[in-house]
Design a protein. Structure first.
Lengths: 174, 111
């Protein structure tokens, strides 16, 4: 059992346990913090998969951006005066049965399939940032440009949807 | 036989990463279908997207000769950020309209 395996099991345990807490706890703030640790665990798994740039991006975007956004959402949609930060669940038993069946199927498939058992030696890439940048500006140029437009539209659309519509209401009522 | 299985479990290769991603995917799916709060549903969606990304990167390391899978994973992260922003804006709007974010109580298409 090499160091790679031990580190993998550590990160895998962190990810799975944190994700489990995220989806089972009743307290939304606990779920947010558990989600943060799950994101960190996934970033560690990215590092083990030779994806250093992706790991840094994961921490920057998910932990620094999406998670903060989710926490903002939690705080803005809960009545802070009366402490109502707990949430309830619905149809727990049927959903857990279906998800467990799906999980069993996927685990059986993934574990029993002989993946790439033809002796291909895995290459070790030093850093991926340079190669990724070249890929983004050659093979993936069109998705790259489209994603910039998508980001712009998402920013403008989110601001437009979430803003207060006070002026529009006053003009409508006249 | 038993030590064979133990060796397979100990030596981390592609299927280990796939198993972790499958567990993460199913946990996220469970969060999506069993939670009432819309923000918790969004957290489940983020878990599912992370599971998909682990799959992309695992197949990039163990299967491919290029790292095109990592470029695809970048686009997944970009779309996840867009989705979180827009979805939270919609959730805030729903909260302003219905004064709740429980997805089972929101059943009116208009005022």
């Amino acid at each position: 059992m090499s160091l790679f395996d031990i580190v993998f099991y550590g990160f895998a345990l962190l990810t799975v346990v944190s994700a489990f807490i995220t989806v089972t706890t009743r307290n939304i703030m606990y779920a947010s913090f558990a989600l943060m640790f799950a994101f960190f665990g996934v970033a560690g798994i990215y590092v083990l998969l030779n994806a250093d740039f992706l790991a840094v991006t994961q921490i920057l975007v998910y932990v620094g951006g999406i998670l903060v956004l989710l926490v903002f959402g939690v705080m803005l949609t809960n009545k802070m005066t009366k402490v109502d930060i707990k949430t309830s669940v619905m149809s727990t038993l049927p959903s857990s049965i279906i998800v467990a069946a799906l999980l069993g199927t996927m685990l059986g498939l993934f574990w029993s399939t002989q993946w790439f058992n033809n002796g291909i030696q895995k290459q070790q890439i030093d850093t991926t940032a340079k190669t990724l940048g070249q890929l983004l500006l050659t093979d993936f140029l069109l998705p790259f440009e489209i994603s910039s437009v998508v980001l712009l539209v998402a920013i403008v659309g989110a601001a437009l949807i979430a803003r207060k519509e006070k002026p529009a209401e006053t003009t409508e009522s006249q | 036989m038993n030590s064979d299985i133990l060796k397979h479990v100990m030596n981390v290769d592609l299927s280990h990463f796939l198993v972790v991603s499958a567990i993460l995917f199913c946990l996220g799916l469970y969060g999506i279908v069993s939670r009432k709060n819309a923000v918790m549903v969004l957290m489940g969606i983020e878990l599912v997207l992370n599971a998909a990304n682990i799959n992309f990167l695992a197949f990039t390391k163990y299967g491919g000769v290029t790292i095109a899978g990592q470029a695809v994973a970048i686009f997944v992260i970009i779309l996840a950020a867009c989705e979180a922003a827009v979805a939270l804006a919609i959730v805030l709007n729903i909260f302003k309209m219905f004064n709740t974010v429980n997805v089972d109580e929101i059943d009116a298409l208009r005022d």
